[in-house]
Design a protein around this ligand. Structure first.
Ligand code: ADP
Ligand code: MG
Length: 610
């Protein structure tokens, strides 16, 4: 029998290897962005067409390549980043395998333009299916531009396997964010179908996070900073009250590389123990720097996994640092029984003198048998009063922290302590936040904001589905500016938005014209509501049209519900309570928080030891 084993031709081997490196357009985006960073670029531009299916182009102002390197970079295992296997343990660059460009060139039409600083002319190479088509000299600015067209053109099965444009775009944005979030000193921009999606100026970490994830992020961030022998930890976690139902904004970076590590993720989340309701996830942006020889990033081809030498120590450090920071920012309740009890003294008390112990002086001349005509006792139990000290204690109590005088009780009728069980349930508002209502078995505390969210959410879902909503025409239509990408999104959801009561005129350039709004909102809220809605939609990956409607209904309910802190009159309180209990799911807010708590009569009895 003749020999049958042969070496695969390079282009076939490359195509197979490409499967490892390039799963989808987003993989190409990641590799190209990383190459630009490794080339010391300070400005990087990403251009996408049709979710990367037609074009992915990255233009950088980095160090560029010589003519020979420009040709050579498409060879498999061609890299300038490591020379020996030992270098793997001291990696300073993102890339090191020398596989990305070879893989990409095997499955797409690639055009490379590159020029080094000292060169007069740059190099322009076209390569398709691993074959160089043309190579010529060209005028081009310093740096590199790589355009990847028609990805998977020669592997139809792969191309057909790609998801919808919105899903693939989401993946691309994820990769873009992961890179942009570790390099605040580099300016990045991203365009999709010629619409600007991001323009991120050179800045610091906090500003970059806010620029990437939206203005509202700023108030949510609690800084993390810790330096030990084994790790330096910086970044931010979200305050617990901003926890999300989705595990969206969780970014963990090790030596400037986005990494997934379930064990250390657990360390972060466990620092929030007792601070989050079940089903809620904190956001975090944590940056670990560890000595390069204590990690192995070589265990996964797409390199989002990493192995640490000393995982257990890192776990402990991360958990306690995050816990400590949450505590410092006064967001963790004092649940720890081992702590120093003096810490529990409200701050305003700390520097005050505690009143002196009462002193007892005894009248030694006292004779119990001696009767006094004035009938004044000779007992001289004198308790020193120390008026100033008492006063200072009192002022301390009056600070807003424990402001017992400011509890706001807004009775709907005169408080009637002898209310009969059969009478109509009365409602009271306390702290401009909770509606208290009595039921036969006890008392209900209803959070006004969450209750209203539930009511609106169910209303919107119904309106969106059955299409009837009240709208108020605006006398002067509002013109609101949005990015081109946002305008596109608004166009997509326009019909659904209209069924909640919005009315739009045609949009031009970066402006939409709002002619009518739901009767429940005021003009001044419109921009904020639409902005929040867009952000909520972008933060989700809608996998069915229903879920997009659901995201919309949730977002609108959240923005439009009566806020805590608003005083409600009797009628409004009753209206909320009444409507809440006609909802399909009155127990939980659309985002899953409990809407009310009950206190049973027998629990109250127990407290009185009855
Ligand atoms: P790796 O990044 O693992 O080295 P790649 O296939 O991504 O492998 O790139 C191969 C080589 O091409 C790199 O090592 C680098 O020398 C060069 N290169 C790639 N992209 C750029 C770029 N944008 N600017 C300068 N050089 C680049
Ligand atoms: Mg690379």
């Amino acid at each position: 029998m003749s020999d049958i084993i042969q070496l695969l031709p390079d282009h076939v081997a490359n195509q197979i290897a490409a499967g490892e490196v390039v799963q989808r357009p987003a993989s190409v985006v990641k590799e190209l962005l990383e190459n630009a960073i490794d080339a010391d670029a300070t400005s990087i531009k990403l251009l996408i067409k049709d979710a990367g299916k037609t074009l992915i182009q990255v233009i950088d102002n980095g160090k560029g390549m010589s003519e020979t390197d420009a040709r050579f970079c498409f060879e498999r295992h061609a890299t300038s980043k490591i020379k020996t296997a030992n270098d793997l343990f001291n990696l300073q660059t993102k890339g090191f395998r020398g596989e990305a460009l070879a893989s990409i060139a095997a499955i797409a039409h690639v055009a490379l333009k590159t020029k080094q600083e000292n060169q007069e002319l740059g190099t322009h190479i076209k390569i398709e299916g691993s074959q160089i088509i043309t190579q010529e000299l060209t005028t081009t600015p310093k740096g590199t531009s790589i355009a990847v067209k028609n990805l998977f053109y020669n592997i139809p099965a792969r191309r057909n396997f790609l998801k919808s444009n919105s899903v693939e775009t989401r993946h691309i944005i994820d990769e873009f964010q992961r890179v942009a979030l570790v390099h605040p000193a580099i300016s990045f921009s991203m365009y999709h179908n010629e619409n600007e999606v991001y323009r991120l100026e050179k800045s610091n970490l906090r500003k970059r996070i806010v620029a990437v994830l939206g203005k509202k992020t700023n108030e949510k961030l609690v800084p993390i900073d810790e330096e030990t022998d084994v790790v330096t930890l910086t970044g931010f976690v979200s305050k617990p009250e901003f926890a999300k139902k989705k595990r969206g904004e969780q970014f963990f970076f090790v030596n400037n590389r986005f990494v997934k590590n379930a064990y250390l993720h657990h360390a972060i989340v466990s620092a929030f123990d007792g601070l989050l309701s079940s089903g809620y996830h904190p956001s975090y942006f944590l940056y670990l720097t560890v000595p390069t020889n204590t990690i192995d990033i070589n265990i996964h081809p797409t390199k989002t996994e990493v192995k640490f030498d000393n995982e257990k120590i890192l776990y402990a450090i991360i958990r306690s640092t995050v816990k400590h920071s949450l505590g410092q920012y006064n967001v963790a309740p004092a649940l720890d029984f081992n702590r120093d009890a003096t810490l529990d003294v409200p701050y305003d008390f700390k520097n005050k003198n505690v009143y002196k112990e009462p002193s007892i002086t005894v009248d030694s001349s006292f004779n119990p048998f001696k009767t006094d005509s004035n009938n004044t006792s000779n007992f001289n139990y004198k308790r020193e009063k120390q008026p100033q000290d008492w006063e200072s204690l009192y002022t301390a109590l009056e600070t807003p922290k424990i402001d017992i005088h400011n509890i706001e009780v807004t009775p709907t009728t005169d408080l009637n302590l002898f209310e009969s069980e059969n009478s109509v349930a009365k409602t009271y508002q306390i702290h401009r936040k909770y509606i208290v209502s009595t039921v036969k078995s006890g008392i209900l505390f209803i959070n006004q904001n969450l209750a209203h969210q539930r009511i609106l959410y169910e209303e919107y879902l119904e309106n969106i589905t059955v299409k009837e909503a009240m709208s108020q025409q605006l006398l002067f239509p509002l013109e609101i500016n949005f990015s081109k990408d946002d305008i596109k999104l608004i166009e997509e959801i326009k019909t659904d938005l209209e069924s909640t009561g919005f009315l739009f005129d045609t949009s031009k350039n970066e402006t939409i014209v709002v002619k009518g709004i739901p009767t429940t909102i005021s003009e001044s809220q419109v921009t904020m509501i639409i902005e929040e809605l867009l952000e909520d939609i972008k933060n989700e990956i809608p996998d069915s049209s229903f879920s997009q409607l659901d995201v919309m209904a949730k977002s609108l309910a959240k923005s439009l519900a009566i806020k805590n802190g608003i005083q409600l009159n009797t009628e409004e309180q009753e209206n909320i309570v009444g409507r809440l209990f006609t909802c399909k799911e009155p127990n939980h807010s659309p985002l899953g928080k409990p809407i009310f708590i009950t206190m049973e009569l027998n629990e109250i009895d127990k407290k009185f030891e009855l």
